[in-house]
Design a protein around this ligand. Structure first.
Ligand code: PGA
Length: 249
């Protein structure tokens, strides 16, 4: 059984103290269940606090929001994969749309980061997704294919370790959610891309304005293996409601 993966992307919110306070409130509300895992992607400085506060909960995992592709060196302000791992991270987001569109990260850089995360033994969660003008121009699948091309050259066993999050840029933080059917079409294309390279199963999450009110209809879509959630993961009650969402039988 593929476990439902429910991931909180806290972005530039919640330092260590606020993170501990959040988890105190959340863990009282959240019951672990064998069919799902809950992931937190806190700020780098809160990684250790989140890892420690959740260390007795095997269904809860922690990841970094961003890492550099080099192992170490003169890269002021950057975080290496091994540093993230030492602080408790088991995964790292790569190529989130804010990294791409606010900080100018390229497909090539995302590809290098994915390789670094894999080399470090962590799970890369590669974020892909089109802007509204690209969707309107009918380019959604082409844009996603271009972003996936950053994984070119990796063998099937390695590709099989990657998680993909489809996050249409126009749906992030806007209150506009892709319909489950819209998301399913893109998720199916992502799965075909992996299948063409010999990967039988890949986890594909949806992200973009997920709320307690729409989480159930999204996970009811067979193509959606989990959710990557920003704004609605910042409130313990709302995140507890989302992480309790019922998966399809
Ligand atoms: P949102 O963010 O849930 O606030 O739209 C999702 C994300 O950026 O991962």
């Amino acid at each position: 059984m593929t476990k439902l993966m429910l991931a909180a992307n806290w972005k530039m919110h919640l330092g260590p103290e606020a993170a501990r306070g959040f988890l105190h409130a959340y863990l009282q509300r959240h019951r672990s269940a064998p069919d799902r895992e809950v992931w937190f992607f806190p700020s780098a400085v809160a990684l250790e606090a989140v890892a420690q506060a959740t260390r007795d909960r095997r269904d809860i995992r922690v990841g970094a929001q961003n890492v550099h592709w080099e192992a170490k060196g003169a890269f002021t302000g950057e975080l290496s994969v091994s540093m993230a791992a030492e602080a408790g991270a088991a995964a790292a987001l790569v190529g989130h749309s804010e990294r791409r569109h606010v900080f100018g990260e390229t497909d090539d850089e995302a590809g290098r980061k994915v390789r670094a995360v894999l080399t470090g033994g962590l799970t890369p969660m590669l974020c892909v997704g089109e802007r509204i003008e690209e969707r309107d121009a009918g380019q959604t699948l082409a844009v996603v294919a271009r972003q996936l091309a950053a994984l070119g050259g990796l063998d099937a066993a390695t590709l099989g370790r990657i998680v993909v999050a489809y996050e249409p840029v126009w749906a992030i933080g806007t209150g506009k959610t892709a319909t489950p059917a819209d998301a399913a079409e893109v998720h199916a294309a992502i799965r075909r891309w992996f299948a063409d390279r010999g990967v039988r199963s890949v986890r594909v999450l949806y992200g973009g304005s997920v709320k307690p009110e729409n989480a159930a209809e999204l996970v009811a879509e067979r193509e959606i293996d989990g959710l990557l959630v920003g704004g609605a993961s910042l409130d313990p009650a709302s995140w507890a409601a989302i992480t309790a969402v019922r998966a399809p039988d």
